[in-house]
Design a protein around this ligand. Structure first.
Ligand code: FES
Length: 559
């Protein structure tokens, strides 16, 4: 018979963690007597990070006394007390490899349903001072699990735990956890998991994505590894401020096809020391033998000035293979190609890719004045060949802006997919205007760093990227391409690439910091890394998990 051994609660607190402040609900302690369990919480208990914890699917976390025994032996410690791993219910019985998603239990007056395994997160090890805990919970198949509350009521340590129903498919917590986080994801197992209605929406979404990826693989390996030399075949002025560079292979052979909307990463030797790295969208026709990028001259832009004034046909540039997920997907619904200024380049490639289709296409472009509009003739010509095309150009110098009112007047089709590229405020305004019109399938291209995800870290101000303080590291150079920064690695002060990025205030995304969750996955443009610890599942080819990576050579990351 299973028993609730300890009922643990705690309100969020702020703790020091490596010189930073983290707000966390991990600090839970046993309480005597009964507590009322509500749909979303237990009296006296709280959630700090609602993105990763809490909500109806994660109302109470369960962990087994048997696993505490296991970890005490594993670490050779006897000071790990119930509640230290953040669980609300410490139980005797209900092992992760026996309890199934969808099982229902009565504890005291309340009834519960098993909804998902614990989410891996660096905070799992904060209280016991074991930074690898997030990975260990998964690797040792002892994650613990969450309960959804079916009937509210009082519970108390000492209550019997009575199973009232078994979950469909009989997939245990340990099985489901391994299916998400460990290698080998048989399609039939993914389908079984998706047949469990009790599985939380978030985990269902992850399994659906994995199943889609297995059934319709869309991940295409980069056309080549690292950087290769491309020769400038032609330089063409497109407007007063934009030039196009046509690039070809050294031997003149056709270059690997890029998907419409992808970008090329250039390392511009000669424009600075160390050589700066920048991304430029491809505007060429998909499948063309050469690539075309288009560069706007920026007043203080070191690289754009160099590309406008110093390069000539016959010169060489170092380029990494086309990459990027801002790509036109095949569908039959109307498509909106929306751009401002030089943001026209990726949507121009998409427009060319739509040639010969029956798809309804809306071309919406914002420019200051006609003479500053690049590719006006080329776009117009391509649109004229489509059977269902609409073309609208907005010149701000003529007091015609692409604002919410103007978009509303157009009568854009509901159910359209929009691809938007331009300055960040423009994309934000367009996205919001489209949402008001009921168009939510909106894709945008962002060349700067992605928004950071740093769960629980509070009170930090964003500052522009900079070299790390202190002496220059002795290791290989690491280039963060989106952030425009190259710095030497320092294995002592920043033992991982993630820690180096943090020392430079580069925008980063992470959760487990131990190679489990893959949130920190970053495209690797060139170089090689080793891992410590080794990730439980390696990242896709051409990418790196920066939380546990160390450079083995000079690195260029798309970060
Ligand atoms: S932060 Fe989870 S794998 Fe890197």
């Amino acid at each position: 018979m299973a028993v609730l051994l300890s009922l643990n609660v705690g309100m969020p607190v702020e703790v020091d963690w490596r010189g930073r402040t983290v707000r966390t609900g991990i600090v839970k302690d046993p309480v005597p007597g009964p507590r009322f369990v509500h749909r979303l919480h237990i009296d006296g208990d709280g959630v700090a990070d609602t993105a990763g914890h809490g909500g109806p699917n994660r109302a109470a976390l369960v962990y087994q006394a048997g696993s505490y025994d296991y970890w005490r032996t594993h670490f050779g410690r006897d000071d790990i007390a119930f509640g230290a791993l953040g669980e609300n219910f410490t139980v005797d019985g209900l092992a992760d490899d026996a309890v199934c998603i969808g099982d229902r239990f009565r504890i005291g007056q309340a009834e519960f349903e098993v909804s998902q395994p614990r989410v891996t997160c660096f905070r799992a090890g904060i209280r016991i001072g074991e930074p690898q805990m997030a990975a260990l919970l998964v690797a040792h198949h002892r994650p613990g699990f969450y309960l959804r509350v079916l009937r509210e009521g009082q519970v108390e340590a000492g209550d019997e735990i009575v199973q009232i129903e078994g979950g469909p498919e009989h997939m245990t917590v340990a099985e489901i956890d391994a299916l998400l986080y460990l290698p080998d994801k048989p399609v039939e197992q993914l389908r079984r998991a998706l047949r469990i209605p009790a599985l939380s929406v978030g985990w269902q979404g992850s399994f659906r994505d994995l199943l889609d990826a297995a059934e319709k693989p869309t991940v295409v390996s980069p056309g080549w590894a690292g950087f290769r030399r491309l020769r400038i075949a032609r330089v063409v002025a497109e407007s007063a401020s934009i030039v196009s560079l046509h690039l070809q292979a050294e031997d003149g052979a056709a270059l690997p096809a890029a998907r419409p909307g992808q970008y090329l990463t250039l390392r511009v030797l000669g424009a600075g020391e160390p050589a700066p790295v920048r991304n430029y969208s491809l505007s060429s026709m998909p499948g063309a033998a050469q690539y075309r990028i288009s560069v706007k001259r920026e007043e203080h832009g070191l690289i754009s000035r160099y590309l406008h004034t110093a390069v000539r046909p016959g010169d060489w540039l170092d380029a990494a293979a086309p990459r990027g997920e801002f790509v036109l997907t095949e569908a039959a619904n109307p498509v909106l190609l929306i751009s401002a200024g030089v943001g026209v380049t990726p949507v121009l490639a998409m427009l060319h890719a739509l040639a010969g289709t029956e798809r309804e296409v809306w071309w919406l472009h914002a420019a200051r004045r006609p003479e500053e509009q690049a590719f006006a003739g080329e776009a117009h010509e391509a649109l004229a060949k489509l059977s269902r095309a609409h073309e609208h150009v907005f010149y701000s110098a003529e007091h015609r802006r692409m604002d919410a009112a103007a978009l509303k007047e157009l009568g854009l089709p509901a159910g359209a997919t929009a691809y938007v590229c331009g300055p960040a405020p423009f994309m934000a305004d367009v996205r919001s205007a489209l949402a008001d019109l009921g168009i939510d399938d909106v894709h945008t291209e962002l060349f700067g760093a992605l928004d950071a995800i740093t769960p629980g870290v509070v009170g930090e101000q964003r500052v522009p990227p900079h070299p790390p303080p202190g002496p220059v590291g002795p290791g290989p150079e690491v280039t963060f391409a989106r952030s425009g920064l190259t710095v030497p690695f320092d294995p002592i002060r920043s033992p991982t690439v993630l820690e180096l990025a943090e020392a430079c205030d580069i925008s980063v995304r992470w959760s487990c910091r131990t190679g489990v969750c893959h949130l920190c996955v970053t495209p690797l443009l060139s170089g090689s890394v080793s891992y410590r610890p080794t990730p439980l599942e390696p990242p896709p080819a051409g990418s790196v998990l920066i939380c546990c990576a160390r450079p083995e050579s000079e690195l260029v990351l798309d970060a």
